[in-house]
Design a protein around this ligand. Structure first.
Ligand SMILES: [Zn+2]
Length: 472
């Protein structure tokens, strides 16, 4: 009876050398306030903006990746609103002619992608308000989806995939915690088929989990409100992370309040006349996209869909896995084994330490570890221990395994000796095995592995035990 509809608006700071309309440095990591500023981004009278070509290119390139229609013609508009963090008293954005229209990501239809400038950062402390203008004028991409997302989970999946895409394209670092990617959700609950309910906008969401939680919370709140005979009002709400609930911020302005009009200080963009911005050139410049990579992994290495998704979920993981596959000369069996070790054991090591740091793990050393397992020199138990040490200290896996007595013996005679001594001591288990009890073989194998001091390859030991019992 109650059908939720969600649309997302995502802002991402683009990774360009300079700001959107001036040559001040675009450096999100600058800690000193008001360093990367100039008369243009401080809106001194008489200054004029100049369009950053790279920012335009990055938005169009993203448009090519999501299969959107790339504009032949575009222009910038003035969006009037006054806040202390907007030095000009208006923001330069795009209204009628966005750079990209349409497109799709994880099955979610996209309305538009346009380009604008970021605001300064306000800091409120000790009853004072301070403004840092380093961020003012940084190129900001805004992507708006159609109101077609049915639930919180899909919204979360969309946001994660967009972050991965932005990183894959090198367009943005898109860290939510740093505010490089900001997600706003428009949520409404309808009670009538084919009719939207009143939408509520939720802002200040700082993580993917919070995106999902804020949406779930808002669906519940609105449904309860309607059920109790109340009415949802059109408003902007914030997300309170500590209370895990949304709260009223302000009643929303309509687009009329912004009094958009074409920015007179900038030329119109005839994109079709710029060869490097042609859709062919942009498509040709695209790297392997996240969904293409997942498909390649699943196909080439016969990986489960969930494993391929895990490996592709961050750019660092995928880069590491590709480097390991190269070091293993793309030998399918070994690469598949490497994937399994990354998804299970390595993920376990990283989960324990609380951080994932693929850049400090040598892909060649990891590949060597996989070769040792493949050759039967390391048991899965030995590989696990060696891997933990490799992550912690680095170095040569073979050396590490030797130092810790983890290398398995291929010396059949030595292993046979160990098995014989076990069989002589375990008359009862031998009898049980002969009576057809399979569990007895596992028991004897365990004893033999102990006797071989962990140096025995389990498969080899098992063969020896069976052979010895037959020979008797
Ligand atoms: Zn500037």
């Amino acid at each position: 009876m109650y059908r939720p509809t969600i649309g997302l608006e995502v802002h991402a700071e683009l990774k360009t050398r300079t700001k959107m309309f001036c040559d001040s440095k675009n450096d999100p990591d600058e800690a000193r306030p008001n360093v990367n500023i100039c008369p243009v981004c401080m809106a001194h009278p008489g200054t004029l903006p100049v369009i950053n070509r790279e920012a335009v290119r990055q938005v169009l390139r993203l448009g090519a990746a999501i299969g959107g229609r790339l504009a032949d013609f575009s222009e910038f508009d003035r969006k009037s609103y006054f806040y202390p963090d907007i030095p000009k008293g208006y923001q330069i954005s795009q209204y009628e002619h966005p750079l990209v229209a349409g497109g799709e990501l994880v099955g979610v239809a996209i309305t538009r992608v346009h380009l604008e400038e970021d605001t300064a950062r306000s800091i409120h402390a000790n009853k004072k308000s301070l403004v840092d203008f380093n961020r003012a004028g940084i190129p900001l991409m805004e992507l708006v989806t159609e109101p077609v997302i049915p639930d919180a989970e899909t919204a979360g999946r969309f946001a994660r995939e967009l972050q991965l895409l932005l990183r894959t394209l090198g367009a943005s670092e898109a860290n939510l915690e740093k505010g490089e990617m900001r997600i706003e959700a428009n949520i409404s609950v309808s009670t009538e088929e084919g009719k939207f309910g009143t939408k509520v906008e939720v802002k200040n969401i700082n993580s993917f989990r919070s995106v999902e939680r804020a949406i779930a919370y808002e669906i519940e709140r609105q449904t309860a409100l309607i059920e109790s005979g109340g009415e949802v009002s059109q408003e902007t709400r914030g997300w309170d992370e500590s209370k895990q609930e949304t709260f009223h911020q302000r009643f929303k302005e309509g687009s009329a309040d912004y009094r958009y009009f074409p920015e007179p200080d900038l030329p119109q963009l005839c994109i079709s006349e710029i060869p490097e911005l042609s859709s062919e050139a942009l498509r040709a410049s695209l790297p392997e996209l996240p969904w293409e990579r997942r498909e390649r992994y699943a196909k080439t290495y016969a990986l489960k869909g969930s494993d391929a998704a895990y490996l592709c979920a961050t750019f660092e993981r995928a880069t590491f896995f590709d480097a390991v596959a190269t070091a293993l000369e793309q030998k399918k069996e070994l690469v598949t084994s490497a994937a399994n070790y990354i998804v299970s054991d390595l993920a376990g090591v990283y989960a324990k330490s609380g951080t994932e740091n693929f850049s400090s793990l040598d892909s060649k050393a990891f590949a060597k570890l996989i070769r040792l397992v493949g050759a039967g020199d390391l048991s899965s138990r030995g590989a696990k221990d060696t891997l933990a040490l490799l992550v912690e200290k680095g170095g040569d896996p073979e050396q590490i395994a030797k130092e810790h007595g983890l290398i398995q013996s291929h010396d059949t005679e030595a292993l046979r000796g160990a098995v014989r001594s076990v069989l002589a001591e375990e008359a009862k288990a031998v009898e049980e095995y002969r009576a057809g009890k399979e569990a007895a073989l596992q028991y004897l194998l365990g004893k033999s592995m102990k006797a071989a001091k962990g140096a025995g390859n389990p498969a080899m030991l098992k063969d020896i035990i069976i052979a010895e019992l037959k020979a008797d």
